[in-house]
Design a protein around this ligand. Structure first.
Ligand code: LMR
Length: 400
């Protein structure tokens, strides 16, 4: 009965890892998926995460009962504080409802399903380009997906004029997906004063902000600074949605731990919104898993562990910045044609190199360098040892 099922293509990001795993070459490098690696090229479990897990394992009161549909209450409160700030009036006034979801993707999907059912305007504007999964998450939830200009390939920076024009001509009430910081894949963020202009424009048109915050702490190394964009929109008293992921900033990729928060105008509305979120979640996966959220809650509620986390997070961010400098310097030293200064200007986990599809395919075939076909490289996958090999590959690709 399934004979007519056609073969689907691999995922554009996760499929890169599939291809990498099949390659027997000893020099292969995976710069595809945004996952942190140490200088030795190994995945990293943070010390603070191991410490939290130890505490959890040794806690005899810990059981494996179902969580509530919206997840661990402590985790939800602490996650809202992390993104909105501990002094956020919206939290104080009980205008925020938070549901623990399956990392960033799950949080986006639950938010999208809620909007498709309960929000009057079904159009969402996403930046061009954006993380490849955004289009599918929103379209499959039943929203109509349009794009707004974001990246300017000429300057390898923000197309701010284009962004403002596109948002200004969006229908009033439309949803707008914003990357809270460290835009994926471009590594290009608006400045604070540009964020303020975006906020004013969006509020004047009644556009609904939906933040994707997958890299809090990875843009500047500071958790509060990386939440400024979101906090600006919450400070004005208006509504917004925020999807948080702990995959990168706590290295909890496979634990699938994240949160969806919806900021409402009143506590009364927030209670009703939460009741509807439960109706979205229950038939999808019933309730979220307990382990990852317990790790996060343990770390966030203990000031000593929280501090340890911020130090480890900063070390990861700093290693990525050092990779940017090493790559930039090595390309300059080799005399590779082109202006590569965007490598050190862009922020977060990724560099949007400007290499085209054919050049990427060449680098994979000839040099066993694995990256997404849009020319994005995960700086977190690079080390001092692999920089020279990457530079050889880029040099051959642009001069070949
Ligand atoms: C990425 O963009 O590489 C990450 O967000 C991982 C993913 O799920 O695609």
């Amino acid at each position: 009965v399934f004979a007519a099922v056609v073969q689907a293509p691999e995922d554009p990001i996760l499929g890169v890892t599939v291809a990498y795993n099949k390659d027997p070459s000893p020099v292969k490098v995976n710069l595809g998926v945004g996952a942190y690696r140490t200088e030795e090229g190994k995945p990293l479990v943070l010390n603070v995460v191991r410490r939290a897990e130890q505490l959890l394992v040794n806690d005899p009161s810990r059981v494996k009962e179902y969580l509530p549909i919206t997840g661990l209450a402590d985790f939800n409160k602490l996650s809202a504080k992390l993104i909105f700030g501990s002094d956020s009036p919206a939290i104080r006034e009980n205008r925020v409802t938070t549901a623990q979801c399956l990392s960033g993707t799950g949080s986006l999907r639950v938010g999208a399903e809620f909007l498709a059912k309960h929000y009057h305007e079904r159009t969402i504007y996403i930046p061009s380009p954006t993380w490849g999964n955004h289009t599918k998450v929103f379209a499959l939830a039943g929203l109509s997906v349009k794009t707004y200009r974001y990246y300017d390939p000429g300057t390898r920076g923000l197309n701010f004029q284009g962004l403002l024009e596109d948002l200004a001509s969006a229908p009033s009430g439309a949803i707008v997906l914003l990357h809270a910081c460290a835009h994926n894949p471009t590594g290009v963020d608006p400045t604070l004063s540009q964020w303020e202009q975006i906020r004013q424009l969006m509020r004047s048109k009644g556009l609904l902000p939906f933040f994707d915050s997958a890299y809090q702490g990875f843009a500047s190394g500071n958790l509060d600074a990386d939440a400024q964009s979101v906090r600006m929109f919450v400070a004005d008293g208006g509504e917004c949605l925020a999807a948080q992921s702990y995959a990168k900033n706590m290295g909890l990729y496979g634990e699938r731990v994240g949160a969806l928060s919806i900021v409402c105008r009143s506590a009364d509305v927030a209670v009703k919104v939460e009741s509807q979120l439960k109706l979205v979640i229950r038939p999808m996966y019933s309730n979220p898993p307990i382990h990852g959220a317990s790790i996060v809650a343990t770390i966030l509620k203990d000031s000593d562990m929280y501090n340890e986390w911020t130090i480890e997070l900063k070390a990861m961010a700093d290693r990525i910045i050092s990779m940017r400098h090493q790559l930039f310097e090595a390309l300059r030293a080799k005399g590779t044609p082109g202006d590569w200064s965007h490598i050190i200007k862009q922020i977060g986990m990724f560099t949007f190199t400007g290499l085209n599809k054919e050049q990427v395919a060449f680098m994979t075939k000839e040099y066993h360098i694995y990256m997404t076909s849009d020319g994005r490289i995960s700086m977190a996958g690079l080390s001092s040892r692999t920089v020279p090999h990457l530079v050889d590959a880029i040099h051959a690709a642009v001069t070949g």
